[in-house]
Design a protein around this ligand. Structure first.
Ligand code: 2P0
Length: 326
């Protein structure tokens, strides 16, 4: 038997990954940049064992159905094929999230699975190789190999598409991300389906591509200069442009709920009151607000007039993937 275990933290993109150039290899249409967070993470163990007759996947102690297990098996197939291995596996994953508010992340999940497989089979991968492997499970997972700011360089092949650390002189430790949970029970369109529909059908998609590399350059410059407003402005603009593409898809869709708009409005109001903070959103209605640590208490106080304590979850910059004993 080969057993391995890893812990990986989720990341939130400031410059978004939105669209695939190659769906099989998961090569993105554009490069992206994220902040790895400490508050949400996944711990995954994998056991390749000759006594098993099929793969199984347990999440938070519960065996998952064949659809969920198929996704995991697809990733295991890749590892088995690369390593010339013919053993089935049991995968045991635990998501650590502060609430059950649908914040489970494929980034932390697939990064942890890649790390666990690498540990189990003693692959001795470099961080770059591990990032490439994680990318095959889920695009955003390649960024969760690294702590702090990470840039996923889109590349043009399996070899050249991976994430790396963005030098920041530890500036991320002065920042925070406040999650505003407004989950309204709307039916989800997964990011995988949403980005595909957008690439295939949205007349706004070319506008997204026209701007994103420039946004990335501004974000990297802002990190270099430790310029919070510059980073916040480009984060907010880039996120809005990503969400704009969905409105012109066929059929159109949006991840926004009325409460998402309410949070956006409050963030703008907070800025008018002299409190620098900027929002971003992913493939769901919850809003994430980038703020300097020193301004976090004021922001929470301001938002607490509109949202409960349970709806406001704070995250700070987190570390890269960690090996842990099985
Ligand atoms: C991001 N998202 O950059 C963007 C912004 C969601 C919106 O990466 O199909 O789960 O597995 O590669 O990585 C979420 O997409 O998609 C995502 P797949 P993934 O964070």
């Amino acid at each position: 038997m080969y057993a391995g275990k890893a812990r990986a933290y989720t990341n939130i993109a400031l410059i978004k990954y939105w669209g695939k150039n190659d769906e099989h290899l998961i090569l993105p249409m554009n490069s992206s940049l994220s902040l790895t967070l400490d508050a949400f993470y996944t711990e995954t163990s994998v056991y390749f064992d000759e006594t098993l007759t099929e793969d199984s996947f347990f999440l938070d102690g519960k065996q998952q159905d064949s659809k969920q297990t198929a996704k995991i098996s697809k990733f295991l197939d890749l590892v088995r094929q690369q390593q010339n291995l013919a053993l089935f596996a049991k995968v045991d994953s635990k998501n650590f999230v502060p609430t059950a508010a649908g914040l489970a992340s494929s980034a932390s999940g697939l990064a942890a699975l890649a790390g666990a497989c690498s540990d189990a089979l003693n692959l001795q991968l470099t961080k770059t190789e591990l990032s490439r492997l994680a990318r095959r499970g889920s695009g955003s997972a390649c960024r969760s190999i690294f702590g702090g700011f990470a840039e996923w360089q889109k590349g043009d092949s399996d070899q050249t598409s991976f994430a790396q650390t963005v030098p920041s002189d530890n500036w991320e430790n002065e920042l925070a991300m406040l999650f505003v949970l407004v989950d309204d029970g709307m039916k989800d369109i997964s990011s995988r389906d949403g980005m595909k529909r957008t690439v295939d059908t949205s007349s706004f998609y070319s506008g997204w591509l026209d701007n994103v590399e420039a946004d990335l350059a501004v974000a990297k410059q802002a990190i270099k200069e430790k310029d919070f407003n510059k980073l916040g402005q480009v984060t907010e603009a880039n996120g809005l442009r990503m969400h704009g593409t969905t409105l012109a898809a066929v059929p159109p869709f949006t991840y926004w709920s009325p409460d998402s708009l309410k949070v956006m409005q409050l963030v703008r109001l907070a800025r008018q009151k002299g409190l620098p903070c900027y929002f971003t959103m992913d493939a769901g209605p919850n809003v994430k607000i980038l703020v300097e640590k020193k301004n976090l208490p004021a922001l929470k106080l301001f938002l607490s007039e509109h949202f409960s304590k349970e709806q406001l979850i704070t995250a700070y910059a987190g570390p890269g993937i960690e090996g842990i004993p099985v």
